[in-house]
Design a protein around this ligand. Structure first.
Ligand code: HEC
Ligand code: HEC
Length: 132
């Protein structure tokens, strides 16, 4: 007869094992520091989208699945790298910055989107983060 204590012990180690094996969100070691917004950016360029706000952990937003070097990104091709065509947020606070949406990329397929260096075509960009 296993004692209650040994059963609890086994459950605990099984849980630890499961946690270790799950891919889960990348470890916090990747993005330990909150990103700071460069105040100058508030006066730079058009004021089209809020900057410096964290991605809310709410039903209205998708959450990026991977993190490398302080960058959280939506790893749509699953290669583990923040590719130019992948939307990103920065630091432990998952903050939106210009580079979340802008960057030279082949995935800005329409001429209009490519001309303003969107990481992805405007037709799909918003819904990478926003969930309607
Ligand atoms: C959430 C996504 C997003 C973020 C963040 C963002 N942009 Fe944009 N940006 C867009 C989109 C979409 C367009 C194209 C629509 C348009 O032309 O207004 C655009 C267009 C532009 C344009 C050219 C069009 C124009 O209106 O002059 C400039 C310049 C620009 N962005 C600069 C910036 C700068 C600088 C930042 C940071 C301070 C920034 N953007 C942050 C999505 C974003
Ligand atoms: C990188 C992720 C990301 C992308 C891409 C993105 N958004 Fe957002 N959006 C956010 C975050 C984060 C907020 C702030 C939410 C908050 O503070 O509650 C926000 C807020 C907004 C708001 C509310 C503005 C306000 O003042 O509260 C609107 C409108 C909006 N986004 C539209 C868009 C549109 C249109 C696009 C595509 C051009 C887009 N977003 C692309 C992350 C994103």
């Amino acid at each position: 007869m296993p004692t209650l204590l040994s059963v609890i012990g086994r459950l605990a180690s099984a849980t630890l094992l499961a946690l270790a094996l799950l891919p889960g969100p990348a470890s916090s070691a990747c993005a330990e520091r909150p990103a700071a917004i460069d105040e100058a950016k508030f006066t730079l360029g058009p004021r089209h989208h809020p900057l410096g706000r964290p991605l809310p952990a709410s039903a209205g937003f998708n959450q990026p699945d991977r993190c490398v070097d302080e960058i959280w990104f939506f790893d749509q091709n699953g290669n583990g790298q923040p590719d130019p065509g992948e939307v990103r947020v920065f630091g432990a606070n998952r903050q939106v910055d210009c580079g979340s949406c802008h960057g030279e990329s082949l995935q800005a397929k329409s001429a209009a989107s490519a001309s303003v260096f969107l990481r992805q075509d405007a037709a799909v960009l918003c819904l990478v983060c926003h969930r309607l």
